[in-house]
Design a protein around this ligand. Structure first.
Ligand SMILES: NC(=O)c1ccc[n+]([C@@H]2O[C@H](COP(=O)([O-])OP(=O)(O)OC[C@H]3O[C@@H](n4cnc5c(N)ncnc54)[C@H](O)[C@@H]3O)[C@@H](O)[C@H]2O)c1
Length: 270
């Protein structure tokens, strides 16, 4: 039996932008199925989130008045994602929104093997997003009410920022790849009234952008992002400022918006 409240599936829900998405959508009365990874990826030079982080997201969602099914899942494991979607459908009876948000950005990877670094970034950021939508989309279609899919890309999905590392080459390729995936799905799923868009944040104040890894990277790669300055006086983004844009994009207020690459970046991509 399908309930009347909308339901969103969010990856990378443990902290950062993923947590902000869960909480902001919860404030709009949307119940959440949220997943995050339960192990470190060796090529990433900062700690990924913990089970306690995901529990904190669930606590905040519940405090905002919504329900949350919080589960550990690696977006590289499509069978696990399918199991969580099934469990969420049993719990909530429907799915309306998908936020393919999980991502990694190794700055100075501790792994010395370029092929491993390249593959890890592409596997999580691009293939992981594809796994997410391919496991969740059948439920959107089956619901027959249309729906909304949002990919978290980046300014690095719209332009080259340089950086000169395998990791950032892979990051840039993965985030551009999401645009192609978004566009072709927007065409195919439009027939089902499922809207598909991507957001392109500038620098968000999250663990991924922690000074411990970013400052040494910037020092070693002084040309990184030199053509990418914000137009607005304060270019730093709070995760909630990005989540607000997504809340609008998945709402009826954006009912005719599909296939769009939406910068949320204080003008960096200008
Ligand atoms: N922080 C920024 O400046 C910035 C800018 C543009 C885009 N983004 C994108 O925003 C998204 C969220 O990043 P964030 O800034 O919140 O960083 P973050 O590191 O705080 O959060 C990312 C979350 O994804 C999870 N995750 C990583 N690999 C996973 C996997 N294989 N399976 C499941 N979960 C996994 C992490 O554990 C973490 O909880 C990412 O796609 C990132 O590329 C971030």
């Amino acid at each position: 039996m399908s309930g009347s409240r909308r339901v969103a599936f969010v990856t990378g829900a443990g902290r950062g932008l993923g947590r902000a998405l869960c909480v902001r959508l919860a404030e709009d009365g949307i119940d959440i199925m949220g997943v995050d990874i339960d192990e470190q990826i060796a090529s990433v030079d900062y700690a990924l989130s913990t089970p306690a982080d995901l529990e904190e997201t669930a606590r905040l969602v519940r405090a905002a008045g919504a329900a949350m099914l919080a589960r550990r899942a690696d977006v590289r494991d499509s069978a696990r994602l399918a199991a969580v979607v099934d469990e969420g459908l049993d719990a909530f009876g429907r799915l309306d929104i998908v936020c393919a948000n999980a991502g990694i950005s190794p700055w100075t990877s501790p792994v010395d093997d370029p092929e491993t670094v390249w593959r890890d970034v592409i596997d999580v950021n691009l293939t992981g997003a594809w796994n997410t939508v391919r496991e969740a989309t059948p439920a959107l279609v089956a619901g027959g009410r249309g729906g909304s899919i949002v990919f978290t890309s980046s300014v690095a999905g719209l332009r080259g920022l340089g950086g000169g590392t395998v990791a950032f080459n892979a990051y840039t390729a993965s985030k551009h790849g999401l645009v192609g995936l978004m566009r072709t799905l927007a065409r195919d799923l439009g027939r089902e009234n499922i809207r598909v868009n991507s957001i392109h944040p500038g620098g968000i104040d999250t663990t991924m952008m922690g000074a411990e890894q970013v400052v040494p990277f910037m020092t070693a790669h002084p040309h990184f992002g030199e053509t990418a300055s914000p137009a607005l006086p304060d270019g730093r983004l709070d995760p909630r400022e990005v989540a607000q844009a997504v809340a609008w994009l998945v709402s009826d207020a954006a009912s005719k918006i599909t296939g769009v690459t939406l910068p949320v970046d204080a003008g960096v991509a200008l």
